[in-house]
Write a protein that binds this ligand. Structure first.
Ligand code: PMV
Length: 326
């Protein structure tokens, strides 16, 4: 057993994600595909000299000291993770937890899940609990329930395991081979705020009202997702692009697109993207576009004229991991 000195930081990081296909439909049991991206959330933990538990988020600029009854609303999910893990370890030492994230919050890139996974992994390491990835994923899911009410679990799963996964709610996931070469994903921000929980409940209400029609859209998404798996395995970028476009159409059908998201999607396509779609809950947040090396600059520049945040990302093989202190 490695003994940890009072001031030694342990750092865990976990990736954000984009959903390549099947968001929303996944909430009602259909499959979806998520891909881990290069942006990561980091949790720094160390023991304190006193008995306090202090949690700070650099991005949200909030600080909670639950041992003194100070709990900021934004940190409630993280406080629940800390309480759970501390209880499991019977530790009575003070702990400091600092969160820093490269993933834009409320953007559809799974920032809350990545933060939760990173925090659970860092605390697991600090307290020497030897929890496996499945347990870390489950603890992060419980925190996601506090954030999003009815999450499918796709975000905490991709953040834990990395790579590309085919996910089914309640049935687990399968890692998918990713053989698309010489292509990148561009992400562009609509700049519109949105709330995943509200978007999910709007879609569920629409489904209940128009089930006779929408059950066919859900079935179409199921077929589409299985074809995306084929496209990824075969490395067929043309097919992936077409399927992303069709997926976007299905998301419009369930009411999660709007004028700004359509503008971003069409600008990407008109400038040479092979495919472009909303990623995540929609209503705002980001779109994702698939580009090859020849169209990359043109799509980036065109999107920059209508979006305040445009960046490029690739698949990250790494899920959650312990990093060296930096
Ligand atoms: O919060 P987002 O934008 O990453 O979207 C999550 C994906 C949904 O399918 C809309 C919800 C879920 O829990 O799967």
């Amino acid at each position: 057993m490695v003994s940890i000195m009072a001031n030694e930081w342990i750092v865990a990081s976990a990736p954000g994600k984009v959903i390549l296909a099947g968001e929303h439909f996944v909430v009602k049991g259909e499959p979806a595909i998520a891909m881990a991206i290069s942006l990561r959330a980091r949790a720094y933990v160390r023991f304190r000299e006193d008995k306090d538990i202090v949690i700070e988020s650099e991005n949200l600029k909030v600080r909670s000291v639950p041992t003194r009854g100070i709990v900021k609303e934004e940190l409630i999910p993280i406080v629940s993770i800390v309480n759970k893990i501390v209880e499991m370890s019977n530790c009575n030492r003070g702990i400091e937890l600092r969160i820093k994230s490269e993933i834009p919050p409320a953007s559809g890139m799974g920032s809350s899940a990545a933060v939760a996974v990173a925090c659970a992994a860092a605390l697991n390491e600090l307290l020497n609990l030897n929890l496996g990835l499945d347990e870390i994923c489950k603890i992060a899911y419980e925190a996601e329930v506090i954030v999003h009410k009815k999450p499918s679990g796709i975000d905490n799963t991709i953040s834990t395991y990395g790579g590309v996964i085919l996910y089914r709610k309640g049935k687990g996931f399968e890692s998918i081979q990713y053989n698309i070469k010489n292509h990148k994903f561009i992400l562009a921000d609509s700049g519109l705020p949105r709330n995943t929980g509200v978007m999910v409940s709007n879609v569920l209400s629409l489904y209940n009202k128009y089930e006779r029609i929408l059950k066919h859209v859900y079935k179409a998404s199921r077929e589409l997702v299985m074809m995306v798996v084929d496209a990824l395995r075969k490395g067929d970028a043309e097919m992936l692009g077409d399927l992303m476009n069709i997926n976007h159409g299905l998301l419009s059908a369930i009411g999660v697109s709007n004028a700004k998201l359509e503008e971003l999607v069409y600008i990407a396509r008109m400038n040479g993207a092979k495919g472009a779609k909303i990623t995540g809950a929609g209503g705002g947040g980001f779109i994702v576009a698939l580009v090859d090396n020849s169209s990359y600059s043109k799509v980036m520049n065109a999107l920059r004229t209508v979006s305040r945040r445009v960046f490029v990302t690739e698949v990250s093989k790494d899920g959650v991991k312990i990093e060296k202190d930096n």
